[in-house]
Ligand binder design. Structure first.
Ligand code: HSE
Length: 323
């Protein structure tokens, strides 16, 4: 048997990392929390802002995902009391829906007495999300390289280079993944596919061996970024100029609209980079907010219930693991 109530913290993620469309990802130090307990009547409470329009009945994603896990494990679906709170901006390319899926699966798996191992959770999460890059990063933490053939996802997790950090420029508009996927062509020239295979392979090898100086050239992409750039005014200029302003490399984060610059955490040029990012986007008419991030190394963690952010005074959401 599992426990009767559990609190899980799950990280956001960035997908693609440029050339690794639908296959590379990295977990980031922005978090969502899900509390889940067995109850006699299902209730769902959403805490904090930015969650308007999310249903609180059994059509809620967390409930549906938890119910699916129980069904897949051959267990009766219990009534559930669910609390959730997210510090991950929604529909911005930071994997908020993947972290919701992973958080709900992980919490439900704990409640059910762990019928699935991590690979089993990856298979369920990938099926639900449709690609493994965001869910894989949220579920394993660190950097992941993954492939999915429509029925099975294979994944390798890497520790990010120690000095790797990131700056995200988050535009103040939402971009639905579906819309950003519709911008992609059905077919591509062979030379563009070859371009990406080379960059993506080089990027994984550079990250695995700590060759930070290769990242800028390895992060180039011809499969999706050129087609999505018109949806985000200023994106093309940011990607073209970020490395000259102190970034190790830059990419559209997932399907966007967030732009992610990888940086050396000790770089003396972070302020220069940040002003380049904001200035370039502003010049194109895109208002954005900046946030400095670290790779998350842990993936989902079970926390003591008293660390639930909905119990903490406002403004203490990030302090859970240090408390
Ligand atoms: N790899 C996905 C994409 C991530 O770029 O569309 C967004 O869900």
């Amino acid at each position: 048997m599992g426990m009767s109530r559990v609190l899980v913290r799950v990280p956001a993620s960035t997908a693609n990392l440029g050339p690794g469309f639908d296959s590379l990802g990295m977990a980031l130090s922005l978090y969502a929390w899900v509390g889940m307990g067995i109850s006699d009547r299902t209730s769902i409470r959403l805490h904090g802002g930015g969650l308007d329009g999310i249903p609180t009945d059994k059509s809620n994603l967390f409930y549906k995902v938890a119910a699916l896990l129980h069904e897949e494990a051959g267990r009766p679906v219990p009534e559930l009391e669910i609390d959730m709170c997210s510090g991950i901006p929604l529909t911005r390319g930071l994997g908020s829906s993947a972290s919701a899926i992973v958080g709900a699966l992980y919490a439900a798996n704990e409640l059910a007495g762990r019928p699935f191992d991590r690979d089993g959770l990856l298979q369920l999460a990938t099926r639900l999300e449709g690609h493994p890059d965001n869910v894989g990063a949220s579920l394993y933490g660190g950097l992941i390289a993954a492939a999915w053939d429509g029925s099975r996802a294979d994944l390798v997790r890497l520790d990010p280079p120690e000095r790797l950090a990131a700056v995200a420029a988050i535009p103040r508009f939402e971009l639905a993944t579906e819309k950003a996927r519709h911008a992609l062509p059905a077919q591509l020239p062979m030379k563009d596919a070859v371009f990406n295979v080379g960059r993506s392979s080089l990027l994984v090898a550079a990250l695995a061996s700590g060759r930070l100086e290769l990242i800028a050239r390895a992060m180039q992409d011809k499969l999706h970024q050129p087609y999505r750039a018109p949806l985000i005014p200023g994106m093309a200029e940011v990607l073209a100029g970020a490395a000259e302003h102190g970034a190790l490399g830059a990419a559209l984060s997932g399907a966007g609209p967030t732009l992610l610059a990888l940086v050396d955490r000790d770089s003396p040029r972070l302020a220069e980079l940040e002003s380049f990012l904001l200035g370039t986007l502003a010049a194109a008419g895109t208002e954005a907010d900046l946030i400095r991030l670290e790779p998350d190394l842990e993936g989902p963690v079970v926390l003591d219930e008293h660390l639930a952010p909905w119990l903490a005074p406002q403004g203490h959401r990030k302090g859970d693991s240090e408390a």
